[in-house]
Design a protein around this ligand. Structure first.
Ligand code: DMJ
Length: 620
C-alpha cells in the first residue's frame, strides 16, 4: 500500500516539485514518528498487557494451565488431574471476572468527583507508605462516649472546696505553660520559658497532649478546645529525630487516645494512629522486642548506650500493650496488637530467675542481660500493664492475668520486706542480692496491688488489700519524714534509717504522681478518710513549696529547710499528679474503674467490653 494513501495530509497541491513518491524533510520526519509510534504500540501490547493475554489464552482460546500441563506431560497420561486443574483455573478466572464486574458496577454508580477522590486517596496512601492504610481515611467507627467522663460536684462542702482548689492548681499550671512556653514540651516555671528534653526528639507540645484529658475531666472545656486546635494545626510527627518509644507512647499516643475517647474528636484518633504507625519500625529486631530509641524518619532503632549489653528495658517494651490494643481497635490494623502479643510470647519462652523478670533483655539474642529486678524504675509499668491488659480486656486476657499474679507472687517472696519498725517496702534485686531501697516510682505499686486485689486467686483473707495499704503507709512515711513534706526520689531501709533518702542524689522531688496515685486507688477501694487527708497534705506542700509565679517547680532537696527549685514543670504533673488528686476528691462514678483503665501516664482508656456494648455497630 502506498504511504500516501495512508497519509493523504502529507501532500499538498502547491508543492509542485514533489513527486507522488518523493517526500520533503518534514514529511519524512512525521512519517518516521508515526512509524515508531506504531512499533511502540505493538511492543507495548505484547509486553505490558499480561492480564489481557491471560484472559485471551484462558477464556477465548485455551487455558494457560492446559498449555503448562501439556508441556509437562506430553503423553497426556495425567489428563484427569489436568482437567481438574483446568476447572480450578477457569473457576478462578470466572470469580475474578465477576469481582471485576461488581467493582465496575460500583464505580459506575459513583459520581465522577467520587471516582476522582478514590483515585486520589489511593495515590496518597501509597505515597505515605502506610501499607495501603491512610490515616486520613480510617475505617468508620461509631463514637460512643464511655460512662463517667465528667463527674458531679461532691456532696460535702469540704470535699467540694478541696476539689475546686485542685482545679485552680491545674489552671495555674496550664495558664503559665500557655503564657510562657506554649508549644514547647514543658515549662520552666522559674525562668518562665520553654523546656525540651530529648525524650521526644523534635516532637513538640508534650504538655498540651499530656494535659488534654485532665482538662476535659476537670471540665475546663475552653482550654481543652484551645489545646485541640493546637493539636490539629501544629502537632507534627514528620520529624527527623530520635525519640524514646516508651515516652512517646505513654504520653503522646496515650494522651491522644484518651482525648479521643473523652471527646469523640476524630483528629485525636487520626493523630494517635499516625504516630502509632511511625513507631512500628521499632519492632524490626530479630526477636520483635522493640528498640528503646527510634528515628521517626529513617525508622532506624537502637538501645540506650548505658543499658546492659545493648538490652531493651522491661518497663519500656512492656508498656506498650494497652495503647497498641486500642490502636488496632481504632485503625483496623492488626499489626499493633500482634506486635505486643509477640512480646508476651518471647517472655513466655524465657526462664525467669525465681519467677522474676530481669530489667534487661537483648532484642537480638532474646536473652536476659544483667539480672537486676525492680518494681521501680526500669521495671515498674511492665507489671502494671499485665494486670491492666487483663482488666482492659474485660477480664478476657487470661494470660495477662496469670502472668501478673505469678509475677506479684515472686515479688512478694523475693523483694518485699518489713523494716524493724514494721514498714513494708519493696527492695531491688541485683543478681540475688537485695538492695534495701525503694524508689518514689515504686510507690505506684500500692495502687496496682489494690486494683488487682479483687481478682487475686486464693486471697480470701484480703491479704493483697492489706499489702497495698502497707505500701501506701510506707510511701506516706517517706513524705512525712522530710522537711518539705514531699517525698524523695528514693528512700532506704539500711544503715539505721527507714523511709529516708541518705544519698544527696536521691533527695529530689520532681512533681511525680506515684504516691498520690496510690492514695487515689486506696480511697476508691476502702473509703478510708486518711487517704484524702494524705492527699490534702500533699496539696498543701505543693502549694507552699513548689508553686511559683510561673507555674509549679520540682525541688532539689526535700530535706532542706527551704525549697530550692529545679525550674521544671514536668508534663506528668498535669497528666497524672493533678488528675489523680482531682479524682481523689471526686465521686467514684467519675472515671469509674468499671469502665476505664488508666495507662501508666494516667491517660484513661475504656475497657473493651466482651459483650460489645461499647461498640454496638461493630461489623465482624
Ligand atoms: C510517668 O511518665 C509515668 O508514670 C511512667 O510510668 C514513670 N514515671 C513518670 C512519672 O513519674
Amino acid at each position: 500500500m502506498p504511504v500516501t494513501t495512508l497519509l493523504p495530509f502529507t501532500t499538498t497541491p502547491n508543492r509542485k516539485s514533489a513527486s507522488p513518491t518523493s517526500f520533503r524533510l518534514t514529511e519524512k520526519f512525521i512519517l518516521l514518528l508515526v512509524f515508531s509510534a506504531f512499533i511502540t504500540l505493538c511492543f507495548g501490547a505484547i509486553f505490558f498487557l499480561p492480564d489481557s493475554s491471560k484472559l485471551l489464552s484462558g477464556v477465548f482460546f485455551h487455558s494457560s494451565a492446559v498449555e503448562t500441563n501439556t508441556r509437562r506431560n506430553p503423553e497426556g497420561n495425567d489428563s484427569g488431574s489436568a482437567a481438574a486443574n483446568d476447572e480450578k483455573v477457569l473457576a478462578k478466572i470466572r470469580k475474578d471476572h465477576e469481582k471485576a464486574l461488581l467493582e465496575a458496577k460500583d464505580t459506575l454508580q459513583k459520581r465522577p468527583d467520587e471516582i476522582q477522590q478514590d483515585i486520589l486517596n489511593e495515590k496518597e496512601a501509597v505515597a505515605k507508605g502506610l501499607g495501603g492504610r491512610d490515616v486520613n481515611h480510617l475505617p468508620a467507627v461509631e463514637y460512643q462516649q464511655p460512662p463517667g467522663a465528667t463527674g458531679r460536684e461532691p456532696a460535702d462542702a469540704e470535699t467540694r472546696e478541696r476539689r475546686a482548689k485542685i482545679k485552680e492548681m491545674m489552671k495555674h499550671a496550664w495558664d503559665s505553660y500557655r503564657r510562657y512556653a506554649w508549644g514547647s514540651n514543658e515549662l520552666r516555671p522559674v525562668s518562665k520559658q520553654g523546656h525540651s528534653s530529648n525524650l521526644f526528639g523534635s516532637i513538640k507540645g508534650a504538655t498540651i497532649v499530656d494535659a488534654l484529658d485532665t482538662l476535659y475531666i476537670m471540665e475546663m472545656f475552653e482550654e481543652f478546645d484551645v489545646a485541640s486546635d493546637w493539636v490539629e494545626k501544629n502537632l507534627d510527627f514528620n520529624v527527623n529525630a530520635e525519640v524514646s518509644v516508651f515516652e512517646v507512647n505513654i504520653r503522646f499516643v496515650g494522651g491522644l487516645l484518651s482525648a479521643y475517647y473523652l471527646s469523640g474528636k476524630e483528629v485525636f484518633r487520626r493523630k494517635a494512629v499516625e504516630l502509632g504507625e511511625k513507631l512500628l519500625p521499632a519492632f524490626k529486631t530479630p526477636t520483635g522486642i522493640p528498640w528503646a530509641l527510634l528515628n521517626l524518619k529513617s525508622g532506624i532503632g537502637r538501645n540506650w548506650p548505658w543499658a546492659s549489653g545493648g538490652s531493651s528495658i522491661l518497663a519500656e517494651y512492656g508498656t506498650l500493650h494497652l495503647e497498641f490494643m486500642h490502636l488496632s481497635k481504632l485503625s483496623g490494623n492488626p499489626d499493633f496488637a500482634q506486635k505486643v502479643m509477640n512480646i508476651r510470647k518471647v517472655l513466655n519462652r524465657l526462664d525467669k530467675p525465681q519467677g522474676l523478670y530481669p530489667n534487661y533483655l537483648n532484642p537480638n539474642s532474646g536473652q536476659w542481660g544483667q539480672h537486676h529486678v525492680s518494681v521501680g524504675g526500669l521495671g515498674d509499668s511492665f507489671y502494671e500493664y499485665l494486670l491492666k491488659a487483663w482488666l482492659m480486656s474485660d477480664k478476657t486476657d487470661e494470660d495477662g492475668k496469670k502472668l501478673y499474679y505469678e509475677a506479684l507472687q515472686a515479688i512478694e517472696t523475693n523483694l518485699m520486706r518489713k523494716s524493724s519498725s514494721g514498714l513494708t517496702y519493696i527492695a531491688e534485686w541485683k543478681g540475688g542480692l537485695l538492695e534495701h531501697k525503694m524508689g518514689h516510682l515504686t510507690c505506684f505499686a500500692g495502687g496496682m496491688v489494690a486494683l488487682g486485689a479483687d481478682g487475686a486467686p486464693n486471697d480470701k483473707t484480703g491479704h493483697q488489700m492489706e499489702l497495698a495499704a502497707e505500701i501506701a503507709r510506707t510511701c506516706h512515711e517517706s513524705y512525712a519524714r522530710t522537711a518539705l513534706k514531699l517525698g524523695p526520689e528514693a528512700f532506704r531501709f539500711d544503715g539505721g534509717v527507714e523511709a529516708i533518702a541518705t544519698r544527696q542524689n536521691e533527695k529530689y522531688f520532681i512533681l511525680r504522681p506515684e504516691v498520690i496515685e496510690t492514695y487515689m486507688y486506696m480511697w476508691r477501694f476502702t473509703h478510708d478518710p486518711k487517704y484524702r487527708e494524705w492527699g490534702w497534705e500533699a496539696v498543701q506542700a505543693l502549694e507552699q513549696h513548689c508553686k511559683v509565679e510561673g507555674g509549679y517547680s520540682g525541688l532539689r532537696d526535700v530535706y532542706a529547710a527551704s525549697p530550692n527549685h529545679d525550674d521544671v514543670q514536668q508534663s506528668f504533673f498535669l497528666a497524672e499528679t493533678l488528675k489523680y488528686l482531682y479524682l481523689l476528691f471526686s465521686d467514684d462514678t467519675h472515671m469509674a474503674f468499671e469502665h476505664w483503665v488508666f495507662n501508666t501516664e494516667a491517660h484513661p482508656l475504656p475497657i473493651i467490653k466482651r459483650d460489645k456494648t461499647d461498640r454496638p455497630n461493630e461489623v465482624e
